[in-house]
Ligand binder design. Structure first.
Ligand SMILES: [Zn+2]
Length: 288
């Protein structure tokens, strides 16, 4: 098996200690232990210090989110104040500072906090809900329904034809940036069907032989990016201009130049925190 690069945010992160979540007495005793630490938040996201590590402080009171253990120390978080980060684009600079070793914990804490921010009311009866199970669910005070943090699957894929790869530009991208096509998996759809549909809708290309490659948690706000590869059956593009400014085929040499930040490259590659870049690195190495 060839070695595959790991996407940013992927990896083990904290020991989530699921067995303790249903034991409020055990969690309360962890609050009081001298080893307990609480995540620091800044502007709606976990705070990062000058070394790129997450910032932790002594626990005050009873923070409702029990994240798990790191190096034997119980880790907690308050519910994040203020608005969730509007988009990932506002945070690429922060992600560029974040140490990869802390990225899975950053993703777990932010995604969980984003879910709490958006689920204060029951989707069954409309009454207020409260954190439960150490923050890994919410209970409705009206009808008793228990709600669990949601994860939204997104397919993101490279279509290949004749040794070239298909990339697109969304209107909000910086000048020159091209990236992998992507879209949400819809209800009743397999990963393979979602990959084929998105490429057909956005670029007018039929594909076959869809293969799963790798995945990445993406906490803006609650996605799981599912990286895939597909064989394109033709190269004649019909671009959906509601979704994309442009889409083009790029050769391996053009991809290698972009990944190397060559100023003469045909396009600007996605940033290191994006799974699209990891997929391109993987493809440039001849893997699929
Ligand atoms: Zn309810």
């Amino acid at each position: 098996m060839p070695l595959r690069p790991d996407p940013f945010f992927a990896g083990e992160g904290l020991d989530r200690a699921d067995h303790l979540r249903a034991d409020p007495a055990a969690i309360a005793s962890l609050h009081g232990s001298g080893e307990a630490r609480q995540l620091v938040w800044l502007d709606g996201a976990p705070a990062v210090d000058e070394q790129g590590r997450l910032r932790w402080e002594a626990v005050e009171g009873s923070p409702p989110l029990f994240l798990g253990f790191s190096r034997g120390s119980p880790r907690f978080s308050a519910l994040a104040d203020g608005d969730a980060p509007a988009t990932a684009y506002a945070h690429f600079q922060l992600l560029g500072l974040l140490d990869a070793a802390d990225a899975p914990t950053f993703a777990a804490a932010l995604s969980l906090a984003n879910w709490h921010r958006r689920h204060g009311y029951c989707s069954v009866c409309g009454k207020p809900t409260e954190p439960n199970r150490g923050g890994w669910s919410r209970i409705c005070g009206g009808c008793g329904s228990e709600h669990y943090p949601r994860v939204d699957p997104v397919v993101i894929m490279l279509a290949e034809h004749g040794g070239r790869v298909l990339l697109g530009r969304q209107p909000q991208y910086p000048p020159g940036r091209y990236s992998a096509l992507a879209g949400f998996v819809e209800p009743g759809e397999s990963i393979e069907a979602a990959v084929a549909r998105e490429i057909r809708e956005e670029a007018g290309i039929a594909v076959s032989d869809v293969r799963y490659l790798m995945s990445q948690p993406w906490p803006f706000p609650n996605s799981l990016m599912i990286g895939a590869w597909a064989e394109a059956l033709g190269d004649s593009l019909r671009i959906d201009t509601n979704e994309l400014d442009d889409a083009r085929w790029f050769s391996r040499d053009e991809v290698v130049a972009a990944l190397g930040n060559d100023p003469a490259a045909a396009f600007q590659a996605p940033p290191p925190s994006a799974i699209a870049r990891t997929l391109l690195e993987h493809w440039a190495d001849g893997l699929k």
